[in-house]
Design a protein around this ligand. Structure first.
Ligand SMILES: O=c1[nH]cnc2c1ncn2[C@@H]1O[C@H](CO)[C@@H](O)[C@H]1O
Length: 604
């Protein structure tokens, strides 16, 4: 009895001699043949992965670094991602600690791991899917707003009840005029839509003055921790909150002094995280006011000019050394009337592109895909746009969002077909792409890249954890992908940069490893929209990759140098440690916390 019992125990099977029962030994030749065949099959399948050739081309140092990181990952799965070692989370009523737990629950713990320190340093190449309004921490935005003359706040109702505080539409606006009313926005006396100076309103906030105000406004402008966890309410509910944050932020960040500081801070935070380029999407539905002007600009030439100036000035500054730059993907809203898509979207886009061709990289439609117009509805408009661009002699390629949904065969899911047929160069999200074998083959053939945003997909309730995200299925089938952060200041990453998304992928998907992460970062450079290119030149550039001779190839070579230096750093820093026996000490944590996300400087 005792023997049998032991033979079941993990790690003790080796003591058991099964020969008596005729059980073959693992070392028996035919078992060995089976095991070799098994390894060969796994290897055969891995050859289909989109990161296979990157893995094959690793230098010996890079291979060593990848192995070190794999060991650290395994060690941290055993020692950090377990309730047994540290059950504070369970005590707090937040449940178990385990590898791949929900992002919001894992966030602060992940920021204290060795893996985090490593991923922070990874050269991440380019950020290819990100929405402008959500690119800078809210602390920075509101500190800047509070220190900018003339910023006012107003609300559609008096903010004197919990429900008004939670839901009443709130806006910010610049005005020179002396306020007409001294009735507090927080009292029932407040007359709806009256502008109140921001600093007065913040200081008068009934629940904790200015710091209470900041907590409240940050909650209004982001998905809170508890909202992010309430997956049973579904995507439509979270999108209501998500959309409302853009309305508030859009009213504050497009006043010139704030806008300029915002652009610069976006670039600074990205570079600080190892991101050297961004193709950033902005929805052109905001009003831009120049410094000291109450009247919004007509058209968007002025805001694009300021954007370009700030990017260039950052690049030229000492802190911007190494930053390659930024371009905008023009986005229109997919729920507009068809006529409006042309009038306010496409025509303005063409005008701005004509004035600043180097700053507009492409065109897209945004907003909740399930509740907006499918691409199929807009085919006449999109083809008209194509034709107008040819007539004007300008290149505004499509970079469509598609398949950011749970559906299987519904109209949203079918956006993937139209994105492909309309010649998109990349696909934003492509969450439902794994259900489309034919499209997957075509996408690979046409060298279309998927901009995947795993944390965004989790927070917007398409998947409840990194473990059930479909991206590994695409990578395994050879689809080229880049990881992106989508809306970091709103969705909970809190700070710009891509470390959270990269970390989650590294921890969550064993098949990926540091090698896979490197391949994803390299892809981002390979598919970035650095400059205007015809479709043929674009495809050639992507195909030639670092063997080409344009900007793309030279940046891919630069990236490779950064990658090699990064791998050397890993080997120097962690190579000497025997895996499995290094317990993080308090001193490690202190050092780590200091090196963590660099706090945003106080805006000037
Ligand atoms: O992940 C996304 N999918 C689709 N639309 C989005 C996403 N993130 C932001 N927006 C939309 O983009 C505009 C701001 O640039 C907002 O309208 C927002 O709803």
């Amino acid at each position: 009895m005792a023997d049998l019992y032991e033979s079941d125990g993990v790690g003790q099977a080796g003591h058991w001699d099964g020969a008596a029962d005729g059980i073959p030994n693992t070392s028996d030749p035919f078992i060995q043949t089976y095991l070799h065949g098994r390894d060969a099959l796994i290897f055969q399948e891995r050859k289909l992965r989109s990161d296979h050739s990157f893995r094959q081309s690793l230098s010996p140092i890079a291979a060593e670094a990848c192995e070190i990181v794999a060991n650290i990952r395994d060690e941290e799965q055993r020692t950090i991602w377990t309730s047994e070692v540290e059950d504070r989370l369970a005590e707090d009523g937040e449940g178990n600690t385990y590898p791949g737990m929900m992002f919001t629950l894992a966030k602060s713990r992940m920021e204290r791991t060795k893996l985090w320190r490593i991923v922070r340093r990874l050269p991440k190449g380019a950020l290819l899917h990100a929405h402008f309004d959500a690119m800078v921490d809210l602390d920075f935005v509101f500190a800047k707003a509070l220190s900018t003359d003339g910023i006012h706040i107003c609300s559609q109702e008096a903010l004197c009840t919990p429900s008004a505080l939670e839901k009443s539409p709130v806006l910010f606006q610049y005005t020179r005029s002396i306020p007409q009313s001294n009735r507090s926005i927080w009292s029932s006396e407040y007359r709806p839509s009256t502008l109140i100076p921001l600093s007065t309103a913040a200081d008068d906030f009934p629940n904790g003055g200015r710091s209470g105000f900041l907590s409240w406004i940050k909650e209004r402008c982001s998905i809170t921790a508890s909202e992010s966890l309430n997956h049973h309410h579904g995507p439509n509910a979270i999108w209501q909150k998500f959309k409302s944050t853009f309305a508030i932020l859009g009213s504050i960040i497009f006043y010139e002094p704030i806008f300029r500081a915002f652009v610069r801070e976006m670039c600074r935070q990205l570079l600080d995280d190892g991101v050297r380029w961004v193709d950033v999407r902005a929805a052109f539905i905001f009003q831009y006011r120049r410094e000291g002007s109450e009247i919004p600009e007509e058209g968007y030439e002025e805001v694009i000019r300021a954007f370009g100036e700030e990017v260039e000035s950052f690049k030229a500054s000492p802190e911007g050394k190494g930053f390659w730059g930024a371009r905008m993907i023009w986005t229109s809203l997919r729920n507009l009337e068809r006529r409006e898509v042309i009038k306010t979207g496409m025509k303005q886009c063409i005008a701005v592109k004509t004035a600043y061709p180097h700053l507009i990289a492409g065109f897209d439609l945004v907003g909740q895909e399930d509740l907006g117009r499918p691409l199929k509805d807009l085919i006449p408009e999109l083809l008209w746009f194509r034709k107008r661009c040819v007539e004007e002699g300008i290149e505004i390629p499509f970079f469509f969002h598609a398949g950011e949904c749970l559906g299987d065969g519904d109209k949203t899911d079918q956006n993937l077909f139209d994105a492909l047929l309309l010649g998109t160069r990349r696909i934003g999200h492509g969450f439902s792409l794994y259900k489309h074998p034919l499209l997957i083959d075509m996408i690979k053939d046409k060298r279309i890249l998927v901009e995947s945003c795993p944390i965004s997909n989790e927070i917007l309730r398409l998947t409840s954890s990194i473990m059930s995200h479909p991206l590994p299925a695409l990578l395994a089938r050879g689809v080229p992908v880049a990881l992106c952060n989508d809306d970091p200041s709103i969705l909970g990453q809190g700070t710009n940069g891509m470390t959270h998304d990269f970390w989650q992928a590294l921890q969550g998907w064993k098949n990926l490893g540091l090698e896979g992460l490197g391949a994803l970062a390299e892809n981002s450079v390979r598919w970035a929209a650095f400059e205007d290119q015809s479709s043929q030149d674009w495809i050639k550039g992507v195909r030639d990759a670092s063997f080409g001779n344009g900007v793309r190839a030279s940046r891919m070579k630069e990236w490779r140098i950064d990658w090699d230096a990064f791998c050397e750093w890993i080997v120097a820093e962690y190579g000497g440690q025997a895996s499995g026996d290094h317990q993080p000490t308090e001193a490690d944590d202190v050092a780590f916390n200091m090196a963590r996300v660099v706090p945003a400087p106080t805006p000037k």
